[in-house]
Ligand binder design. Sequence first.
Ligand SMILES: Nc1ncnc2c1ncn2[C@@H]1O[C@H](COP(=O)(O)OP(=O)(O)OP(=O)(O)O)[C@@H](O)[C@H]1O
Length: 449
Amino acid sequence: MKNGNAIEVIDVKKNFRVYHDKGRTLKERLLFLNRNRYEERWVLKGISFEVKKGEAIGLIGENGCGKSTTLKLLTQIMYPDSGSIEIKGRVSSLIELGAGFHPDMSGRENIYTNASIFGLTKKEIDMRMKDIIEFSELEEFLDNPVRTYSSGMYMRLAFSVAINVDADVLLIDEILAVGDSNFQAKCFNKLRELKAAGITIAIVTHDSGTIEKFCDKAVWISKGEVVSSGKAAKVVDAYLKHMNDKKVQSLLNKEEKERAIEEQNAEKSCEIEMSSESVSDVETENAQETVSSVDVGAEKTKPEIDYSANHFGLGQAEIVQAYFINEQGNKTQVLKAGEKAEVVMHYKVNKQLGGYVFGIGFYDLEGRCLLGSNTQLDRVEVLHSKMKGIVKFKMENLPLLTGKYILNVAIVDDNGMPLDFYRDYCHFDVVSDDRSVGYMSIPHKWELE
Ligand SMILES: Nc1ncnc2c1ncn2[C@@H]1O[C@H](COP(=O)(O)OP(=O)(O)OP(=O)(O)O)[C@@H](O)[C@H]1O
């Protein structure tokens, strides 16, 4: 092992045999007789990293990528199929909640068995008993069997033992999350103390914030391989960016599926309409005439506008459809912050007026306006001779943070009277790499003097 290192993992591979269902009934068993009984799954495909003494390292990655397996290999409760793992000093771990605890034994008895697993003698445990109990804050429950403990109490006890066994290397898997926030904070303070005292710590967590705050280094594992390792902040940023891209992709896929279903349904209803049209062509034409004559009549009597509705207006111009276009030029309701985006509005004019104002609004789901803009505010004059057209609201860098938002679209006349106004026209998703909170992603940097 290199000088100054506490952990060295070199080209470690781990393979699990996953056994197939053998079948529960005799018939199933006979039918599955020739079935391959198990498959080999390479969970770790050659991972390498090293940790210096006194450093804290965080393992990060998606579900099932191999983080916990790596930690288990470090504790030597299982062994790699190839590669090598070297650890300097005594190892203490907090891997699975309740592992190493006997449910029928009391908390106190479990402290003895658990601490002895980490290599402490009875005398050494006696000497540390007070500290363990004090840290766990479980004094009054200590003589109850641990099967009566909540998961938070299990964790308190396990953590208190793990930090009191004079370990040189401490391995922790996710389980701190089950503690209440006060105890969690107490644990992290303790971990900082231990780290400052030269203890090496490896943690597995999905909480990138914890890794950034607590760890010097991080290793991002994906499908059993190290994608990136190094300074915690750098690795976490790359990981979160990757997760954001995946999120955009999965939202786009979902959108695509929904669109396909909509198209299928539309085709079906179109077929139904066409067959009824052939029966009553004349009726339909007549009906249309009646509708338009009612419209004209309505215009003459200046209809009331129901401003409380989601869709209202006088009707001299209409929004035929509105949608977003992303930087790649695709129609979508999933946008990536910082990229180009457009709101495209198709309109038609039912009655010529002196001028029109096109507007859009972005809202959050609680109805707070994030942006309201229109052609008049931006001094874009829209005088129409055409009976239909397209208006685009183009953004160079979409400035929203990750979230779900609402789009409003509207056409109003020169005096601000709504001609066609849609509140909540559609929802759209934004995915941003900016981890600020709120709504607006404002390009920024911090400077310290
Ligand atoms: N004993 C086992 N037998 C068979 N497969 C296993 C075994 N232990 C883990 N696996 C498989 O190995 C893969 C990696 O599991 P591991 O628990 O290391 O992932 P992880 O990154 O910690 O995931 P998570 O974030 O969900 O906890 C998974 O596909 C899991 O199903």
